[in-house]
Ligand binder design. Structure first.
Ligand code: ZN
Length: 58
């Protein structure tokens, strides 16, 4: 946990926050982008498994 400066209002904000509590400026979080990437990989993995199961069934 660290403190960063809001680029919009220059107030000190925890890097845990997704938005600035003072001005509401949204922060990009690497954890969220990694989560989106993980979800995408999960869907791709599920499609590959489904294709393998269908191919094995034929
Ligand atoms: Zn702010």
């Amino acid at each position: 946990m660290a403190i960063m400066l809001c680029p919009n209002c220059q107030s000190e904000v925890s890097n845990e926050a997704s938005t600035c509590p003072k001005c509401g400026h949204p922060f990009k979080k690497t954890a969220q982008s990694m989560g989106g990437c993980g979800l995408f990989m999960l869907i791709v993995g599920a499609v590959i498994v489904a294709v393998i199961i269908l191919a094995a069934g034929l």
